[in-house]
Ligand binder design. Structure first.
Ligand SMILES: [Fe+2]
Length: 180
């Protein structure tokens, strides 16, 4: 039997109950890659017939994590951003996403300004998932029709997050689901 969404949800629950920290989350990342290796799942949730937009596939009532399908039509480049106190896992379903991980190189004394430098650049291909632990800053760049599954530690619409303007160095508060 191919690994399906229900089994993935059950595994997320047991892995994150046992270890909600970085190790448990990375085990979720590995299981997400297993889910994305199931062509029936990819077709049903990320296929050509799936309506465009952002869909919450599951939210856990106890642990608070969410599983989201990002069904994109148009290419997009996001600014560098964090996921607040949460973490995020991005699993590529179709096409690809270019990822850049960033770190702050200023002393953090001015909450309104930051200087960033890239630390890691890579392309996430279908079937692969990347993890961004709490506080990590990343930016994403994907072509038309790229689709991905995201798992977040909590509902990001409910927590404070920031995005960074690379030209001016300004730090902006983010609005719900902006920049993903
Ligand atoms: Fe993100």
């Amino acid at each position: 039997m191919p690994y399906d969404l229900d089994q993935f949800i059950a595994d997320c629950r047991s892995l994150l109950s046992r270890d909600p920290g970085p190790v448990g989350r990375d085990q979720v990342r590995v299981q997400l890659e297993r889910l994305l290796a199931n062509p029936d799942f990819v077709r049903a949730y990320c296929g050509d017939d799936v309506p465009r937009g952002l869909k919450v596939l599951y939210e856990d009532p106890d642990l608070g994590f969410q599983i989201l399908a990002h069904i994109n039509d148009k290419a997009r480049v996001s600014p560098p951003h964090d996921h607040g106190d949460s973490w995020a896992i991005y699993g590529q379903a179709t096409h690809y996403t270019d990822m850049i991980e960033w770190e702050r190189v200023d002393d953090g004394s001015d909450p309104g300004h930051a200087r960033l430098q890239p630390t890691k650049t890579y392309r996430l291909m279908p079937g692969h998932a990347g993890i961004y632990q709490d506080g990590k800053i990343h930016s994403i760049d994907y072509p038309d029709h790229a689709r991905f599954i995201r798992v977040t530690g909590s509902n990001l619409d409910k927590i404070k997050r920031v995005r960074f303007d690379l030209e001016t160095g300004k730090v902006h508060q983010m609005t719900p689901q902006q920049a993903t």
